[in-house]
Design a protein around this ligand. Structure first.
Ligand SMILES: [Zn+2]
Length: 247
């Protein structure tokens, strides 16, 4: 049996998995070959390390062992084996820490905040001229039926021209993981986007106000629908608009 064959049998040898005759042959080779004895010793210490060392202590201990073994003029392959273990342990503990911290982060993110960001992103994209209208009309009786068959709900569509916020149209949008209605209103030169979709809970939520990247955002729920209004109009105008829409 040569060194190459023995090397392939060292792991099962160590675990006592070899046939007695094969095990005896390996032992006989080890008695005469210091290179294979060294490989066996490496294998043993790696096994001990993996079994016993808590993963977060391992990098320091292994670093110490690496420094020690370097002074003992050991082989290049031994150093490589240690380096591989260091990398494995470090990446394992790294991913455990990553999973822990992202779990913690996920707990503190309010889904409503995520939707608020989406609402502003969609408003910005629409205002940049990408896609503001699928149906362009100031007539609520044209805009409302346009959504028929395109959504699994019928969004309330009201022209608010009398209150100073004329309806100018609407489009299909995609928000919070579902298709939604986007209604477009104006106030002077300003555009107000209103996103509407069915709300899972029946709870009525009075408008909450937030400002995201310079845009004013209002969110409320009413009659089983979730509403988001976003615009660059001032707070007073937007509150007035929300009030008019809720009538
Ligand atoms: Zn050998």
């Amino acid at each position: 049996m040569d060194c190459h064959e023995v090397e392939g049998l060292l792991s099962p040898y160590l675990d006592g998995e070899l046939e007695p005759a094969v095990s005896t042959t390996v032992r006989a080779h080890l008695d005469t070959c210091s290179a294979c004895r060294q490989r066996l010793a490496n294998l043993e210490s790696v096994g001990r390390m993996v079994r016993r060392a808590p993963y977060y202590q391992a990098p320091d201990r292994l670093r110490a062992r690496l420094t020690q073994s370097r002074t003992r003029s050991t082989t290049r392959s031994q150093l490589l084996a240690w380096a591989a273990v260091v990398v494995m342990v470090a990446s394992l503990s790294g991913s455990i820490l990553f999973v822990r911290s992202s779990t913690r982060a996920a707990r503190t993110v309010d889904p409503v905040d995520v939707v608020a960001q989406e609402v502003v992103n969609s408003h910005v994209r629409a205002m940049m001229g990408e896609h503001l209208f699928d149906v362009r009309s100031t007539d609520q009786h044209t805009v409302k039926p346009w959504f028929l068959g395109k959504l699994d709900f019928s969004p309330p569509v009201t022209d608010l021209a009398q209150a100073g916020f004329p309806l100018t149209g609407g489009r299909l949008d995609y928000m919070a993981g579902r298709p939604v209605a986007a209604l477009v209103y104006t106030r002077g030169q300003h555009t107000i986007n209103v996103f509407v979709w069915p709300e899972a809970s029946d709870a009525v939520r009075s408008p909450d106000a937030r400002a995201i990247r310079g845009f004013h955002v209002r969110h409320w729920t009413h009659a089983g629908m979730s509403y988001w209004a976003v615009s660059d109009v001032n707070d007073t105008d937007l509150d007035q608009f929300v009030h008019a829409l809720q009538q």
